[in-house]
Structure formats: C-alpha cells, structure tokens
Write a protein that binds this ligand. Structure first.
Ligand SMILES: Cc1cc2nc3c(=O)[nH]c(=O)nc-3n(C[C@H](O)[C@H](O)[C@H](O)COP(=O)(O)O)c2cc1C
Length: 192
C-alpha cells in the first residue's frame, strides 16, 4: 500500500544549516523517540556496529572548547577563525548526536564496509526521524571525525570512530534549496 505522506515527506525534506538552528531542541522524551525510531536500520548480522553520544545543555559548548584547545595544540599556527568555528559549531546547536561507528575489522562474516554503512544508515535515519518529528537538522563532520586525539575526547575505543554529528534544533528561516541530481544522470540500465 502506498503511503503518500511518507513519499511527500521524502520528496520535500531537506537539511537546515546547523548555524541556523534555534532552540528548543527535542525534550528528553522526544530524543528517546527519535533514537528508538532511528535504530531500525539495516544491520547485516545484527552486530549493532554503532552507538550514539548526545550533547545537551552546555555539553556542546564544553566539547567545542576542548576541540579548539586540541586544535591549537596540534597546530599552533591555526587561525583564530578556525578555533572560533570549532567552538561555535557545537555551542550553537540545541542538541548534537555523535554517531559512533564500532567496526570489527576481523569479523569473519560481515565486512567492515557493511558495518560502516549500517552506521551511515543510522546517521541518515536520525536526520529523517528528527525532521519527521518537526525539528530541523543537519549532518556535519569536520576534522574531529578523523583525528584520534579528538576521538579520545569523546572517550572512543580504538575500533570506534565518529562518522557524523547530527545537529538538531528548531527551524528559523526557510532553509536554502539545493539542486538535486537528475534521475537520468544517476540511473542507467545494465548493458551487459
Ligand atoms: C558524511 C557527510 C558529511 C557531511 N559533512 C558536512 C560538513 O561537515 N559540513 C557541511 O556543511 N555539510 C556536510 N554534509 C552535507 C550536509 O549535511 C547535507 O548533505 C546537505 O546539507 C544537504 O542535505 P539534505 O539532503 O538533508 O538537505 C555532510 C554530508 C555527509 C553525507
């Protein structure tokens, strides 16, 4: 059976730049619902190769401060504007969910790629669920996803890495539209 509402939602949803997010973010109960909805993702072998870390209250501001301090240690010549970006990014959003991929590189059955993709599905599902719940959201990454010292700030184990920060808040101005790929450009029939 067709679900027109879901199709219409998928056709029209879009992200709102994190810098434009406003309070309020989800309540603890709404956050629980968004997460409970989002964990229904494809997960080959039921490994649950991911977890989430929430930044609420002043946690985002404190994490941003810690990242800026780390950035200045790694690169003493880093421009002040970049340090300000480290701080502001997390301080501004009412809620940030870090999606942590937990990859078992030696799993005999499920390749690491499939585990990582499951984590990516969770990140996108969080975006969808937050937007469907009436919030505005955006998936951001940045250098801290690729730095092991930053991973330690998050308390990650060696086999864990942050693959997404899902920023969630309320919508202010209408978000900018973005051109989307043409179906003809991405869909082809096998010629074999
Ligand atoms: C893995 C990944 C990382 C991203 N990181 C950033 C980022 O750091 N900064 C940014 O402006 N957009 C980033 N984006 C893009 C936006 O989150 C998003 O694609 C864009 O805003 C349009 O999303 P929409 O289709 O939900 O409207 C990233 C997207 C993906 C898939």
């Amino acid at each position: 059976m067709q679900d027109r509402h879901v199709l219409e939602f998928l056709r029209s949803r879009r992200s709102v730049p994190a810098a434009q997010l406003l309070p309020p973010g989800p309540t603890p109960e709404q956050l629980r619902e968004i997460v409970a909805t989002s964990v229904r993702v494809p997960d080959h072998g039921k490994l649950t190769p991911w977890r989430l870390i929430a930044f609420t209250g002043d946690a985002g501001a404190r994490y941003g401060e810690a990242l800026a301090a780390l950035h200045a240690r790694i690169d003493p010549g880093v421009p002040a504007a970049k340090l300000a970006k480290d701080r502001d990014r997390f301080a501004h959003s009412p809620l940030v969910l870090a999606v942590i991929a937990r990859i078992d590189e030696h799993n005999p059955k499920i390749p690491a790629q499939e585990q990582l993709l499951s984590a990516g599905c969770l990140a996108f599902n969080l975006l969808l669920a937050a937007q469907a719940a009436g919030f505005a959201a955006q998936w951001l990454t940045g250098w801290s996803c690729y730095d092991r010292d930053a991973a330690r700030l998050l308390g990650l184990a060696d086999h864990e890495r942050a693959i997404a920060y899902i920023h969630i808040g309320s919508r202010g101005a209408e978000p900018p539209e973005r051109t989307r790929p043409d179906v003809e450009a991405v869909l082809s029939a096998w010629q074999g």
